[in-house]
Design a protein around this ligand. Structure first.
Ligand code: TXA
Ligand code: MG
Length: 356
């Protein structure tokens, strides 16, 4: 298949291309598009055949449900069985934006889209290109992240092209995304709203609107013996080609350990890369050292993490060491993705007595 790649130019030409993209969806095809979190791989959410095509293009198991993207709040009611009060409050506070809510679904949504579940995940993104595209497409676009299953989600069109060229009808290139990690998912079908996947909208932000909010305990731990409620969270996601280990402890200990290991491994012919920060990048001896951002500005780390993992893949890195990050605020989303990418491999080192 020939994939048309259209670069958003902020001119009148965009409108024509967005209409064309919408037509592709209404006729049962697939279009990748930018959102503020990561790029999505869109199809008609109300068509079983379109959802099957999405699973095929991604190489994704079909028991892993898709998020339905809408562009108008009035479009929520027809696809849900009921909208709890909490849903209305969260929509008021965070839509359009990086929050996905799980509702009980209506008949309108096929089981192919929800991976066989009676619930549906819904999000209204804030990216203006995404909103215009969804409207042109008829209002309901099912979209997982636009990566091949098991790869980091794409944060720029370059990586969508790498994974999807030749497999889908069109790619809308809207440049770099704003946030860089997938949306927060909150389940509203439970008695207490429960976070299934952490993201830019933090637990604290949700609690300000709702009061008490739970978090699925499978989110940060491994081998809890409990199945995660978001089926997608059970798969080993975001896996780089190189063997990734997170090194946790006092900064000085972490730097010493990583440098020592780097020396040994490079002698054995391994291609070693380090994920550091603006504060530490100059301290590492490895041939490849990348800063993911500043510890004082967590949003920079969220924005860069997936890109750096993809760059290491491009360079055929065989071993990766990453610093660890605080799990407060957005740090929880960052560590959730990093732990998954590392298959939960964490090395704990010394901590000096005056740190906690
Ligand atoms: O930021 C995002 O959410 C991006 C952009 C494109 O909007 N999309 C995204 O989709 O990350 P995806 O398919 O990569 O991740 C969706 C997650 C999966 O872990 C899936 O299992 C979960 O949402 N999910 C979807 N529907 C669900 C449902 N009804 N109940 C529980 N989990 C659900
Ligand atoms: Mg994904």
């Amino acid at each position: 298949m020939n994939t048309v790649i259209y670069q958003i130019k902020d001119t009148i030409e965009d409108a024509k291309s967005l209409t064309e993209a919408g037509r592709i969806i209404r006729e049962g095809g697939l279009v990748a598009f930018p959102t503020e979190t990561v790029y999505g791989l869109g199809g008609d959410a109300l068509s079983p055949a379109s959802s099957r095509k999405i699973y095929a293009a991604k190489g994704r198991p079909s028991d892993n449900p898709l998020i339905v993207h809408i562009a108008n709040i009035e479009d929520l009611e027809p696809i849900t069985a009921d909208i709890p009060e909490a849903g209305r409050k969260l929509a008021d506070a965070f839509w359009p934006g990086p929050l996905t809510m799980i509702f009980r679904k209506s008949e309108k949504v096929p089981k192919e889209t929800t991976g066989g579940l009676d619930t549906v995940a819904v999000r209204m993104p804030s990216d203006p290109v995404a909103l215009a595209f969804i409207r042109e497409a008829g209002g309901y676009v099912a979209a997982p992240s636009a990566n091949l299953s098991g790869k980091p989600s794409p944060t720029s069109a370059k990586y969508v092209i790498q994974d999807m060229d030749g497999k889908i009808e069109m790619i809308l290139d809207g440049g770099d995304v704003e946030i860089g990690l997938e949306s927060t998912i909150v389940d509203l079908t439970e008695e207490t709203p429960t976070i299934l996947r952490p993201g830019y909208v933090t637990k604290e932000m949700l609690e300000q609107v709702l009061g008490t909010v739970d978090a699925d305990r499978t989110m940060m731990e491994k081998d809890t013996g409990v199945a995660p409620k978001a089926p997608g969270m059970k798969y080993r996601h975001y896996a780089p080609k190189g063997d990734l280990v997170i090194v946790e402890g006092d900064s000085a200990c972490v730097v010493d350990y990583i440098n020592e290991q780097t020396g040994l491994l490079e002698k054995q012919g391994e291609k070693v890369a380090v994920i550091g920060t603006e504060e530490t990048k100059m301290l590492y001896h490895a041939e490849i050292v990348k800063s993911v951002g500043s510890r004082n500005r967590e949003e920079t780390i969220a924005h860069t993490l997936y890109r750096v993992l993809r760059e290491f893949d491009d360079m055929d890195v065989t071993r990766i060491f990453s610093e660890s990050f605080d799990t407060t605020g957005m740090g929880q989303a960052i560590m959730n993705r990093l732990l998954k990418a590392a298959g939960h491999k964490v090395i704990h080192l010394c901590r000096s007595t005056n740190s906690d």
